[in-house]
Design a protein around this ligand. Structure first.
Ligand code: G1P
Ligand code: ZN
Length: 543
């Protein structure tokens, strides 16, 4: 086996964002672009010689090509064993599980998550460490630094590996194993939940639909829901992973999973609907006639987790990203367990999970998960809901309404202004930041500002500090506004405005969400001056 050293020129824009390096396919298609970044990842790591690397992706356009170059670069850099998901496809939570189960050094996941795919869509590369979770900021900063000075990368000079057949291959001293990524993941799920109770539920006439959005979860969902749990054949739809997700955004929200939403709101709706995203870490939950906001889903799952075998002894604590609604905080208070507020992005949950401070984590962006892996996990959330439904023998709507009666309701919505000019977006953030010191005590749209800051996170485990994680404006009575710039967008800037209103009075729990948030929407317009800075009158996506 010969290993070649290829001379290259550094790119200046390989800065990982909220979740790895994410760019347009056209950017990744430049000669050496992906190879440079993969070598930069390995140059940031120590002592991995002879160890195991897990490799998978969400199957999007470029996946197969970059899987091949990653295998060859990893072999040339001295990894001992590379575990590759069949067809180069592995969901993000399944990859996290494989890293943990095989005591791997880490893993590379090729994904742009919920972003559109295909030649005009997005692609991404991220590295996960040995706990199965995304690389911490210190490491992603080192990768970026290396990517700016790289002059060459090492690669094996060999034919492509057959990734479509299970089996073992040798590149020099490196063993490349093509493995079934579904098997271990399905077994993990079976160890956490009461599959017999869910099977009984599904046999009792309870109906479900799962939209795999032509993304990675199709094979996993078919195996788990239809083969193992006995859901009717066809319950899982859009089940075949496609390189362009059938031309859609594989983002499980009511905008992009519209077909599912319509079905659940129709007269003959099934009892339960769910969806997952491009790489399988996000989830959408809709009951018959009842959409569940992700922040509410986190709160319900935390409050009821003890009904599933894996959490029967109770949960240690809950963590949520800062913009996620405070609904879960009320559950933590009642259960007398710890509550942690972290910056956006799953990587901040790793330390809390590793040290047992929390068991369940979630983000408003349709991400929930637990200490079973170190990523958010779409199918896990769906299965926990099913387990809870099987035990409580109530509908999704009944469970949600009872929850609000007990804890009060946190009305919540996110307004995204996508692809705005970066200069305008930065100017808006600067201007808002400048207002913060004077906001306390002021009345905005009839609401009194109790506190306002630029969120900084002090990690209680490694004591690292992450600053400028989003602007928070907290009003008396539990309402909030949060404003931050996206770290995953690939064109211009995306401004996210998060709106939240707390309502304890159960006679006011059935308002339409946007109507309930009217004063907050007006306060956001006034404080951010968004139309002035962006020229936009309305958000591009409301979730
Ligand atoms: C978005 C979500 C965030 C999530 C991330 C990766 O990041 O807001 O919660 O962790 O995608 O799925 P953002 O674009 O806001 O930086
Ligand atoms: Zn994702």
């Amino acid at each position: 086996m010969t290993f070649k050293t290829i001379s290259t020129t550094a790119f200046t824009d390989q800065k990982p964002g909220t979740s790895g390096l994410r760019k347009k396919v056209t950017v990744f298609a430049q000669e050496h672009y992906a190879e440079n970044f993969i070598q930069s990842i390995f140059d940031s790591l120590e002592d991995f010689q002879g160890k195991t690397l897990v490799l998978g992706g969400d199957g999007r356009y470029l996946n197969r090509k970059v899987i091949q170059s990653t295998i060859k670069i990893a072999a040339a850099n001295g990894f001992g064993r590379i575990l590759v998901g069949l067809g180069g496809i592995t969901s993000t939570p399944a990859a996290s599980n494989l890293i943990r189960k095989n005591k791997a050094f880490g893993g590379i996941i090729l994904s742009a998550s919920h972003n559109a795919g295909g030649p005009q869509g997005d692609f991404g590369i991220k590295f996960n460490i040995s706990n199965g979770g995304p690389a911490p900021e210190k490491l992603t900063e080192a990768m970026f630094a290396n990517s700016k000075t790289i002059t060459s990368y090492k690669i094996a000079d060999c034919a492509d590996i057959d990734i479509d057949t299970l089996g073992s291959h040798q590149i020099g001293d490196t063993v490349v194993e093509i493995i079934d990524p579904v098997k271990d993941y399905a077994a993990l799920m079976e160890s956490l939940f009461d599959f017999q109770a869910i099977r009984t539920l599904l046999q009792s006439g309870f109906t479900m639909r799962f939209d795999a959005m032509h993304a990675v979860t199709g094979p996993y969902a078919t195996e788990i829901f239809e083969n193992r749990l006995g859901a009717k054949a066809g319950s899982v739809f859009n089940a075949v992973p496609l390189e362009d997700f059938g031309g859609h955004h594989p983002d499980p929200n009511i905008v992009y999973a519209h077909e599912l939403y319509e079905e659940l709101m129709s007269a003959n709706a099934p009892d339960f609907g769910a969806a997952s995203d491009g790489d399988g870490d996000r989830n959408l939950i809709i009951g018959k006639g009842m959409y569940i906001a992700p922040s509410d889903s986190l709160a319900v799952l935390a409050a009821n987790a003890h009904l599933a075998p894996a959490y029967s002894k109770g949960i240690a604590g809950i963590a949520r990203s800062m913009p996620t609604s405070c609904a879960a905080d009320r559950v933590a208070e009642k259960l007398k367990i710890g509550m942690h507020e972290t910056p956006t992005g799953w990587k901040f949950f790793g330390n809390l999970l590793d040290t047992g401070l929390v068991t369940i984590c979630g983000e408003e962006s349709a991400g929930t998960g637990s200490d079973h892996v170190r990523e958010k996990d779409g199918l896990w959330a769906v299965l926990l809901w099913l387990n809870i439904l099987a035990v409580r023998k109530q509908s999704v709507a009944e469970i949600m309404h009872e929850h609000w009666q007990t804890y009060g309701r946190n009305y919540y919505s996110r307004h995204d202004y996508e692809e705005v000019a970066s200069d305008g977006a930065n100017a808006l953030m600067d201007a808002l930041r400048a207002k913060l010191p004077d906001l306390k005590g002021k009345t905005v749209q009839g609401m009194v500002v109790e506190a306002a800051d630029d969120f900084a996170y002090h990690d209680p485990v490694d004591h690292s500090v992450s600053k400028h994680q989003g602007i928070r404006i907290l009003f008396a009575g539990g309402s909030r506004l949060v404003v931050r710039l996206s770290g995953t967008g690939t064109a211009g800037a995306t401004i996210r405005i998060y709106l939240e209103r707390y309502e304890a009075d159960s006679s006011k729990h059935d308002l339409e969400t946007q109507a309930a948030l009217t004063p907050l929407i007006a306060a956001a317009a006034e404080l951010t001056e968004i139309t002035h800075y962006t020229g936009r009158e309305k958000p591009s996506v409301i979730t």
